[in-house]
Design a protein around this ligand. Structure first.
Ligand code: C2O
Ligand code: CU
Ligand code: CU
Length: 498
């Protein structure tokens, strides 16, 4: 386990350019820090609805020894509280923007009206308060909220404007699975960051940062570096959220032990799926249950994404995501000596009706492309840094609605990736089911509801989705690549439901 950390840092020394932190700082920062767990926020009941009050604020954080990092946070200096919601309940949120720049807050994965979805049109000016209200209408699962400001999502999320959302429902409350937040039900908001010598985050610096998305050389889990978690029960459920701007992780336990995947983006899988590793792209979530009954320390690590993975970059981009060729530690885990007994996982978690391709009334096709270094310069100041990022040949334009979807319809969206790297394609408004990837139905781990899907280089992924509720001709939902530098540079489109 220590070895993997050392190897990660050796990898760094080989690739780090002179302007990033020298290796010695990493060496000084080897002490483990107790994993922070974001505060759980269940809201205050006001007039029959659950009221949440959020403040976007400027702050500082200490990630690296004595150095101070300017950060952004929600009700704190970095990241935000975990919002706990219940299916069927009415929710009213007030979001006060105390930053000195505009922002927006989007509820990723939530099925809510476009007007309260928090997309790039729903700007909260500095000093202003935005007050979305909605009814929770979906099954239990792990979701998140984050800035979605046009062209600035990457920068604001990088600095800290993100948090987790947990939705419960009657089904989840009746399942015998680990569910005590902070004890055996643990949020893991996983991010990578890189720093300047003065401790500040080092965001986009060069062409390549836009092309591949920004990769960091330090791992933060819930804002904790070199995080250590100490299980007190023999089973622990980790709610993994990949909140990195660009990095895809290949999660595994360092000793190769199996774990059970119980939920994906949109909630529970029908049955737990036994796995030894799981690839999670930016914005995807996975709930896994790990057994620590043997009492042995075992780190949660990220394995390399080797060249044989369908999600690895190809062609001239193959060498550009070099950081994903290393194993490195995400979370140090050292179980307590006496562990409380957990119940065996149930065989059945929920039931999911698989939608059939024949139910769809329409197929829409989307082509993701990134003509690189062509000097086309793109409109609106884009393109200069890393080429253009296009969907169906166009960059995102605020004044253009790209698709109009009839309310109540079922559609197949066919996403083709015409570039040399994987793009995690995300759609607002609801959850979909993956039909196939290059004609092959997904394996069990991708059989649940999803809102973000990995589309490897050259691949075609088809998903099916019902566009229920919330007709609105004026406010659009987004679909986009969730590598935030791609989204910010044009790989996004808009649709309305009417
Ligand atoms: Cu996670 Cu359009 O968002
Ligand atoms: Cu979203
Ligand atoms: Cu992308």
């Amino acid at each position: 386990m220590k070895l993997s950390r050392r190897r990660f840092m050796q990898g760094l020394s080989a690739t780090a350019s002179s302007s990033v932190l020298p290796l010695s700082v990493f060496a000084q920062n080897q002490t483990q820090n107790k994993l922070r767990v974001p505060a759980l926020y269940a809201g205050e009941i006001q007039a029959g609805s659950h009221h949440y009050s959020l403040q976007l604020q400027v702050g500082t954080s200490q990630f690296l020894g004595g150095l101070t990092t300017p950060t952004l946070g929600i009700n704190g200096s970095f990241l935000g509280p975990t919002l706990r919601l219940k299916n069927g309940s009415d929710v009213a949120i007030s979001v006060l923007n105390q930053l000195n720049e505009p922002s927006t807050i989007h509820w990723h994965g939530l099925h809510v009206p476009a007007k309260v979805d928090g997309g790039p049109a729903l700007i909260i000016e500095p000093g202003a308060t935005w007050e979305p209200a909605f009814t929770v209408r979906q099954k239990a699962g792990t979701f998140w909220y984050h800035s979605h400001l046009l062209n600035k999502t990457g920068e604001q999320v990088y600095k800290g404007l993100a948090g987790m959302i947990i939705i419960d429902d009657e089904e989840s409350e009746n399942l015998e699975i680990p569910s005590t937040y902070g004890v055996d039900d643990i949020p893991l908001i996983v991010q990578d960051r890189r720093f300047n010598e003065d401790g500040s985050f080092r965001y986009v610096g060069m062409h390549r940062d836009v092309m591949t998305g920004v990769f960091g050389d330090r791992i933060l889990v819930n804002g904790t570096t070199s995080a250590l978690f100490t299980p007190s029960t023999n089973k622990v459920r980790f709610r993994i959220l990949n909140a990195a701007n660009a990095r895809t992780f290949n999660f595994a336990l360092a000793d190769g032990r199996e774990f059970s995947l119980i939920a994906s983006d949109g909630g529970f899988l029908e049955k737990p799926v036994r796995l030894r590793n799981i690839v999670i792209a930016p914005a995807e979530r996975a709930e896994i249950v790990v057994d620590f009954s043997d009492g042995n320390p075992v780190d949660l690590i990220s394995l390399p994404l080797d060249a044989s993975s369908p999600f690895s970059p190809t062609g001239m981009m193959r060498n550009m995501l070099s950081m994903n060729t290393e194993s490195f530690t995400i979370l140090n885990i050292e179980p307590e000596s006496m562990l409380q007994r957990s119940a065996a996982l149930p065989d059945q978690l929920t039931s999911i009706r698989r939608m059939q391709a024949g139910e769809a009334t329409r197929i829409r096709r989307f082509e993701l492309s990134m003509p690189m270094g062509m000097g086309r310069g793109g409109g609106r100041g884009r393109g200069g840094m890393g080429g253009e990022f296009l969907i169906n040949g166009k960059p995102m334009a605020m004044d253009e609605i790209n698709e109009v979807v009839p309310i109540g319809s079922t559609e197949i969206w066919e996403i083709h990736n015409d570039s040399m790297m994987m793009h995690p394609f995300h759609i607002h408004h609801g959850q979909f089911q993956i039909l196939d990837r290059d004609g092959v139905p997904p394996s069990a781990e991708e059989m649940g509801f999803k809102d973000t899907v990995k589309v490897g280089p050259g691949q075609t992924v088809r998903f099916i989705m019902r566009f229920e509720n919330f007709s609105d001709p004026d406010t659009a939902y987004m679909y986009h690549c969730h590598i935030l530098e791609h989204e910010d540079n044009g790989m996004m489109g808009q649709f309305t439901v009417l």
